[in-house]
Design a protein around this ligand. Structure first.
Ligand code: TPP
Ligand code: MG
Length: 673
């Protein structure tokens, strides 16, 4: 399929905008309003106009060096890599480049860091890996980027072309491996096309539904000289909602008794979030976040009533299921949101998002507005004013293809995030905003949701006094299985519910929270509200091992913010080696390991489906605190709940890597209900 041509398919009732992109149309910002803007968010490429001529001047260099120069022109600030002899010339190009190489310890870590970078900045995260073995290891992040709709470009060194088909050393089938889980697979077979291939990959990764692109680099092509020029980045068409589409959308909302806005994706800025939040309140809508993509909108909003997916609050599921209109913004109706297609599957539905295919959407679709979150916010601002402008892209490409306007970039984001800084205790901000003229059903749902976000602490707890709305309920509901397990008699272990009372109090409100997959992540989702994008990084495809690499990338992209990673004992050891990367690059990072000595989530499934026959799920763990110390960080072991607060405070205060190793009860699957 020609991926530069995408035409939306309006539903019969839709008056949605038509997106038509072609290279010609994209070459001029005047060609069509709103099209000369990439959807990238965050990342503030430093484009120096004085250097522009040099940058685009033609000179003879190797194809490998031209690739690096082209990445510079796209505002790429860093690449994550494990080196290989197959793409040595590209690595050599990094020697004199503004692009910083982040040397990782395994390509799984490379790939997850690139996913996290792409998610935070909107500029595709760049991974560089070698042929067969490196390509195998990088796959986990490619799958994650594909399922999570995250922009990413993976460069893979290949064997010399003349050796193809002979089962040469580390030979593999690039397209065979990656074509079903990427937007595009490209191979650079001509040194003169080095810049073109990079520009194509970067454009494809961010256009429409974002995702991963893989670029194969045959070894001998990279060293060949080329007079190829650095090309300006391709602008990306941003489809605009028509005025009629907004009228239709608001008419649908006004006609509904219980309209619900479900938000997701990455295309958020503080101002867009503020506009959408205000609009949703004015329209009398409840707001829900989607699984691991809930940090677009401020949870302090009076109509924010929960997060869908594994571990969802009962009230969130009820709001979703009882709705008589679903408006999905930046996301679609998935199996995870619907509890496996069992709740909220039949409502009249509007989808608002950049993907004309609405890939992954289940069920009815009554209106489809093909636009981005921020473009919708701008449209609502125009329609309703007078609000503060939701802002332009941070990664704007001018008529000549240059990056011209940092706009609302990291500075604005930081400003917004730092509004919460210095107010320790993310939870305190939660109550900041009072409900205003909202329907009764939303106010009730909001109150129930806020109560659900308070950890239930045993009445006789020695470690906490406040914040325990309900004393030690004896049961806990597994966040993805519905399994019931005892959760009150955890003597001799750290009680994570109580631990999170302290995390809530001590963690700055602007922290970036990362995790991988496992029930342990539910404590963070439930108890840590977020206030400004990006604040939570987790794999929507449930891929273990994401949390530590994501934290490293978060610390590199946002060194001014506190980075907090919660890890299961299983999850941690999938890519925990990237703590070495964190230390090597001076990342400030606080890790809490919930060590229950079991792949607890799967053990929960076994207990339900094969009672009394647990097998293949027990773990004998290393001393994680000692491990952190060995990596050059601070490691603290905590065996009693009452010791957690001091350890966590010390970890937060520590410059660099700090890890709190919590010994927890293997029988506890999740927080108390
Ligand atoms: C890469 C990968 N491998 C396997 C799984 C299946 N899986 C899901 S959760 C889980 C256990 C996680 O264990 P841990 O990190 O200790 O967290 P806990 O469940 O104990 O809270 C496993 C093995 C997965 N989701 N991803
Ligand atoms: Mg575990």
């Amino acid at each position: 399929m020609d991926r530069t041509e995408q035409i939306s398919a309006p539903s019969p009732t839709s008056r949605s905008a038509v997106s038509h992109r072609s290279p010609a149309a994209l070459s001029s910002s005047a060609a069509a309003p709103g099209l000369a803007e990439t959807p990238s968010i965050g990342g503030s490429p430093s484009f120096d106009s004085d250097r522009a001529d040099d940058r685009y001047a033609s000179e003879v260099r190797s194809a490998g060096h031209l690739i690096v120069a082209e990445l510079e022109a796209h505002g790429v600030q860093r690449v994550y890599l494990v080196p290989g002899e197959s793409y040595l010339n590209v690595i050599d190009g990094l020697h004199d480049s503004t692009v910083e190489p982040i040397v990782c310890r395994q390509e799984g870590g490379v790939s997850y860091m690139a996913v996290a970078e792409g998610r935070m900045t909107g500029v595709p995260g760049i991974a560089m890996v070698t042929r067969g073995p490196g390509a195998s290891n990088v796959m986990v992040g490619v799958h994650t980027a594909y399922q999570d709709a995250t922009p990413m470009v993976v460069f893979v060194g290949l064997i010399p072309t003349e050796q193809r088909g002979r089962e040469a050393f580390q030979e593999f089938d690039l397209a065979g491996w990656f074509s079903t889980t990427t937007k595009k697979v490209l191979v650079l077979d001509d040194p003169d096309k080095a810049a073109e291939v990079v520009a194509d990959a970067m454009h494809t990764a961010v256009s429409g539904r974002p995702g991963p692109v893989v670029v194969g680099l045959p070894e001998e092509i990279l060293v060949q000289p080329t007079a190829g020029e650095v090309l300006p980045p391709r602008a990306v068409g941003i489809p605009e909602a028509s005025a009629g589409a907004i009228v239709e959308l608001e008419a649908r909302i006004n006609a509904a008794d219980r309209p619900v806005l479900i938000v997701g994706g990455e295309d958020w800025s503080p101002r867009a979030a503020a506009v959408i939040a205000e609009w949703s309140r004015n329209m009398g809508m409840a707001v829900l976040g989607t699984f691991r993509a809930y940090d677009g909108i401020d949870h302090a909003g009076a109509n924010f009533t929960g997060i869908l997916g594994f571990g969802a609050a009962p009230v969130a599921k009820r709001v979703f299921d009882d709705a008589d209109l679903h408006v999905f913004l930046g996301c679609v109706r998935t199996d995870i949101a619907t509890d496996g297609f069992t709740i909220g599957t039949t409502q009249p539905t509007v989808v608002v998002g950049p993907d004309p295919d609405a890939q992954g959407h289940y069920g009815r679709l009554d209106q489809h507005i093909v636009t981005t979150v921020r473009a919708l916010a701008r449209k609502l601002h125009e329609t309703h004013g007078p609000h503060e402008s939701p802002g332009e892209s941070t990664y704007t490409v001018g008529a000549d293809g240059s990056i011209v306007d940092p706009g609302e970039g990291d500075d604005a984001r930081r400003e917004s995030a730092s509004a919460a800084t210095g107010q320790p205790g993310a939870a305190r901000i939660l109550a900041a905003e009072e409900p205003q003229d909202l329907p009764e059903w939303i106010r009730e749902a909001r109150a129930e949701f806020q109560d659900w976000r308070i950890p239930r602490v045993p009445a006789d707890s020695a470690s906490t006094s406040a914040n325990s709305a309900a004393a030690g309920s004896a049961t806990a509901n597994s966040m993805d299985t519905g399994i019931i397990s005892a959760n009150s008699g955890s003597d001799g272990y750290v009680d994570m519910d109580e631990a999170f009372v302290h995390v809530r109090e001590l963690l700055p409100g602007d922290a970036i929270i990362t995790y991988g997959a496992g029930n342990y992540a539910g404590w963070a989702t439930r108890f840590l509200p977020t206030h400004s994008f990006p604040s939570a990084l987790g794999p929507r495809n449930g891929s273990m091992g994401f949390g530590i690499p994501a934290a490293v990338a978060a610390g590199l992209v946002h060194p001014e913010r506190t980075i907090f990673s919660i890890a299961g004992d299983g999850c941690f050891l999938m890519n925990g080696q990237e703590l070495a990367t964190a230390v090597q690059y001076g990342v400030n990072l606080t890790v809490v390991v919930n060590d229950n000595s079991v792949y607890g989530t799967i053990r929960g499934h076994q207990d339900r489906d094969y009672p009394g026959r647990a097998v293949g799920t027990a773990l004998q763990n290393p001393d994680f605190a000692a491990l952190a110390t060995a990596y050059g960080g601070l490691g603290l072991r905590v065996e009693r709940t009452e010791d957690f607060r001091a350890a966590f405070a010390a970890a937060l205060a520590h410059e660099g890597l700090a890890l709190v190793h919590c010994i927890t009860d293997p029988a506890v699957r999740s927080a108390r209900l």
